[in-house]
Ligand binder design. Structure first.
Ligand code: FAD
Length: 500
């Protein structure tokens, strides 16, 4: 197929990854490529994955989705950040709030000014200067591009939503743009004897689906990327100790906070994701430290709302495919790898992988150079996120279980070790090329986990004590004043959902 024009694209899998990919491909390639999606109702989807990060807004905008319609269709709510409870020490909490903290200065991030004030005895919390944090904790939200009458950025947000409903919503979108859906279980994958490329998928009912390029969104099984073309899986379990999850939807308990909660326990952590109609809950844990029965006890003992189903166990392996694209198979979603859900990055990885695929989309045959570039970018992206997630485990100060003691003493990737040491010594942290997380995100998790720098940037000494006090006081007043004006999260949702 060296010079054959790629005309038939086949997506295997109709979970969040499959339908996000179908929607993105239909939006960008419809008219030039024929798109078919194969999914099996019998197999179903993983059925979890409800918290996202701000770039999801770009994805929805690129598709031209209306926000109110989308939130109605998915029972969605607003997310301003993730609150980490008991992660640094038991009883302490901090937030990785989206958006900025404080005010940017040329060449010097705001936290250096905060560090200087701290060194001179001020007790303000770093999060007193985060608009997102203050709005989240006061349960407020509105679309706010800037803090009124300033050029300081306003609220940055993402969504919580029912991922199953999102997939259905994107299915309607994709089918309206010409994507063909085939229902059935794939029981055989035929490959070309000479090139090893996948030629077609054979369904249980005998139907044969031919393609030039295949996107494997079949979930953890990786039916094409693993079984058919044999891309190895690189495990990162030496750094990410959890390998199981237990999920249970439950009744909402009272108001709908505009943030995700991540609550650390003795051998793992629990998520709490508020949707309009229920709260998604679950526990991520290490099977070397807890049995499923112990995990179930912890989960059910920490559920404020009534469970709406039996808890479901989901085993997983953290890591990724060494080649996310091999031969004529590109893997996206769980088929391509999995970083545990601590920073809600999986749906984002589908989004960025699908976008990357559009940008690298082959024209005349599949070129080794574009495959290599796709794989290089995918690897770098995963490794940066991996480091950010490991940081939460490594920089804990809990010594109350073997699990946390193990995390504290484990070796971490050099790239992360360097970041922690640089920050601890100087307060400096840099966003690497292609890093999803900003400096402000790194600062919040480093400070929140108790990695407190021994020094600050010299530029922060450029203000007199009085100027520094004035800066901090005026920022706090500005932020509190802006939050006061905002409607509650529930008021925002009901007026948006009622409109149109
Ligand atoms: P799946 O949902 O498993 O879909 C696989 C599809 O392949 C299904 O349609 C299935 O029918 C089809 N299929 C498989 N085999 C065959 C076959 N032989 N024939 C035909 N069809 C087949 N992500 C986030 O961004 N935020 C979160 O908060 C979050 N939380 C998570 C919590 C947990 C515990 C886990 C495990 C994951 C979480 N994720 C989260 C990840 C998120 O769930 C997934 O990234 C996302 O749902 C994509 O899944 P998928 O579509 O790749 O796989």
């Amino acid at each position: 197929m060296e010079n054959t024009i790629i005309k038939k694209l086949v997506i295997l899998g109709g979970g969040t990854a499959g339908w996000m990919t179908a929607a993105m491909m239909a939006r960008s390639l419809a008219g030039t490529v024929d798109i078919t999606l194969v999914e099996s109702d019998q197999i179903g989807t993983v059925g979890v994955g409800e918290a996202t990060i701000p770039p999801i807004l770009n994805f929805n905008r690129a598709l031209g989705l209306d926000e109110a319609e989308f939130l109605r269709a998915t029972n969605g709510t607003i997310k301003l950040g993730i609150q980490f409870e008991n992660w640094s020490r038991r009883g302490e909490s901090y937030m990785h709030a989206f958006g900025n903290v404080g005010k940017n200065f040329p060449f010097c991030d705001f936290h250096h000014f905060w560090l200087r004030s701290r060194a001179s005895g001020h007790s303000d919390s770093y999060w007193d200067f985060s608009l997102n944090y203050q709005a989240a904790k006061q349960n407020k939200f509105a679309h706010l591009a800037n803090i009124p009458n300033t050029n300081l950025p306003g609220l940055s947000y993402a969504y919580h939503f029912d991922a199953g409903l999102y997939a259905q919503y994107l299915r309607r979108y994709s089918e309206s743009k010409g994507v063909k859906r085939v229902e059935g279980k794939v029981c055989d994958v035929r490959r070309n004897h000479h090139s090893g490329h996948v030629e077609n998928l054979v369904l249980e009912n005998g139907q044969v689906v031919e393609g030039d390029l295949f996107v494997d969104c079949s979930g953890f099984v990786g039916l094409l990327i693993d079984n058919a073309v044999g891309s190895d899986y690189e495990s990162w379990s030496q750094w990410l100790p959890c390998d199981r999850a237990m999920a249970v939807p439950s009744e909402s308990a009272g108001s709908i906070p505009p943030y995700t909660r991540s609550i650390a326990h003795a051998c793992g952590w629990q998520w709490q994701i508020p949707l309009q109609h229920r709260t998604g809950k679950g526990l991520v844990y290490s099977s070397s430290h807890w049995s499923d029965e112990q995990a179930r006890e912890v989960l059910l003992g920490n559920l404020p709302g009534k469970p709406l189903a039996e808890p479901r166990v989901i085993p997983f392996r953290t890591g990724h495919r060494r080649e996310q694209w091999k031969k004529n198979v590109v893997s996206l979603g769980l088929a391509s790898g999995f970083l545990e859900p601590l920073e809600s990055t999986s749906i984002h990885l589908v989004q960025s992988g699908a976008t990357r695929l559009v940008k690298c989309f082959p024209h005349r045959g599949i070129r080794a150079e574009e495959v290599a570039e796709f794989n290089r970018q995918s690897r770098v992206e995963m490794e940066r996120i991996r480091d950010f997630i490991i940081l939460h485990y490594k920089a804990n100060q809990r010594r109350d279980s073997d699990f946390w003691r193990h995390c504290e003493s484990m070796d971490v990737p050099e790239s992360l070790q360097h970041k922690i040491e640089l920050f601890r010594a100087t307060g400096k942290v840099f966003r690497d090329y292609d890093d999803l997380f900003t400096e402000v995100a790194w600062q919040q998790v480093l400070i929140g986990q108790g990695v407190l720098p021994e020094d600050h940037h010299v530029i922060a000494d450029g203000l007199s004590d009085a100027q520094l006090d004035d800066l901090l006081q005026s920022l706090k007043t500005l932020i509190q004043g802006s939050v006061r004006q905002l409607p509650t999260h529930e008021e925002f949702l009901s007026s948006l959902l009622a409109a149109g």
